[in-house]
Ligand binder design. Structure first.
Ligand code: FES
Ligand SMILES: [Fe+2]
Length: 369
């Protein structure tokens, strides 16, 4: 798992001023809440006093209060109150926890998990259609028991639809099935490809959502290690886009936050069947991906046999290796060995400028730059 990217932590409505929300990302726990101005905040969940879970506490004005001894921390991570020091007691400078930059966009609370200063951070994946007339965007969230890289790769794979997606394609029955030559272009934080596919009409309950077969132009891109866009142009002006914000819970579990945008069937009455269709397609992928073994792809591509249709996947692995070379990959074996013994915090930006932190920073694999 990689630090120094934005990760979708929750839908906006799940983060409230009433009760903190505990979210696990990159193998660590976080507490999310809204301060008195309604601004979403995210701090490391481990209380630096005696390690209680802050998310089990209360929200007091702009602060989160630990349920164990009532220490309060504000959204910048500073401890503002230690009740046992007395009314006039001043928390020591070392009383601070990691606090992370938060941005709300597209109905999602995005958290920057890493220590890069603002000007060096990769951007959040954009959804230009979010507020545009002529588009309808809806949410869907689900979990898979799988590694994040395997999950993202399934979204970048032009050759699997023919065999996996019975609702869209021919499930291996088209003898003339062929993947056209792929052009894959690297972008600053990812890569994109487009290609044509044939699809069949949906059957049964979902027939009214997609009544006819079509020649479809597909576009697939990834943005950073865990965000993807899949765009299907069914006919001129008839476009369906799946923006997927995947968040590794840990190395073997992923939470998927989907923003599904469409120019067809705009009536909200189609939201439910559209998400039924989205889930149906996701389920077809899930049963394959959760059984992939090894769950984490091999360290060398020589241990899997990639072919030209896997071009974007090869580039994805290359870019992951480049980000790892910057020292951004968590040493998950070390973290697993220390589980239950050492409480770590994903390093927040303030660690670049301040010393004297109570918790150790999550161990990283050494960079190569
Ligand atoms: S453990 Fe949090 S205040 Fe004591
Ligand atoms: Fe798929």
């Amino acid at each position: 798992m990689l630090i120094n990217f934005w990760y979708a932590a929750a839908y906006s409505e799940a983060v409230t001023a009433d009760k903190p929300l505990k979210v696990k990302m990159l193998g660590q726990h976080f507490a999310l809440y809204r301060d008195s101005k309604g601004v979403a905040r995210c701090v490391s969940d481990i209380c630096i006093h005696r390690s209680a879970s802050l998310a089990g506490g209360k929200i007091k004005g702009d602060c989160i209060e630990c349920p164990y001894h009532g220490w309060q921390f504000n959204g910048d991570g500073a401890c503002t109150k230690i009740p046992s020091l007395g009314i006039d007691g001043k928390p020591p400078a070392r009383a601070k926890i990691d606090a992370y930059p938060v941005e709300e966009r597209y109905g999602l609370v995005h958290v920057f998990l890493g220590d890069l200063p603002a000007e060096e951070r990769p951007p959040i994946m954009e959804i230009p259609e979010w507020d545009q007339e002529g588009w309808r965007c809806i949410h869907l969230e689900y979990d898979w028991k799988t590694n994040w890289e395997r999950s993202v790769e399934a979204g970048l794979d032009p050759a699997h639809a023919e065999f996996v997606h019975t609702g869209m394609k021919f499930a291996g029955s088209d003898e003339e099935y062929i993947i056209p030559e792929l052009t894959v272009e690297r972008t600053e934080w990812g890569a994109q490809q487009s290609f044509d596919i044939k699809t069949i009409a949906a059957r049964g309950d979902l027939e009214h959502v997609k009544p006819e077969a079509a020649q479809v132009t597909a576009f697939a891109s990834f943005h950073g290690p865990t965000c993807t866009e899949t765009r299907l142009t069914l006919a001129p002006g008839q476009i369906v886009i799946q923006y997927m914000f995947e968040t590794p819970i840990d190395e073997f579990h992923i939470k998927k936050h989907l923003v599904s945008a469409r120019t067809v069937n705009l009536d909200p009455g189609f939201d439910k069947p559209t998400n039924q269709m989205n889930l149906f397609v996701a389920e077809e992928d899930r049963v394959i991906i959760e059984e992939v073994d090894p769950a984490i792809y091999p360290e060398s591509n020589t241990k899997e046999l990639l072919v030209p249709a896997d071009k974007q996947i090869a580039i994805y692995r290359e870019m992951i290796a480049e980000w790892e070379a910057r020292g951004w990959r968590i040493d998950t074996r070390q973290v697993a060995a220390d589980r239950g013994r050492i409480g770590y915090a994903i390093p927040c930006p303030a660690r670049r400028t301040q010393a004297n932190w109570t918790l150790d920073s999550t161990p990283m694999l050494p960079g190569k730059e």
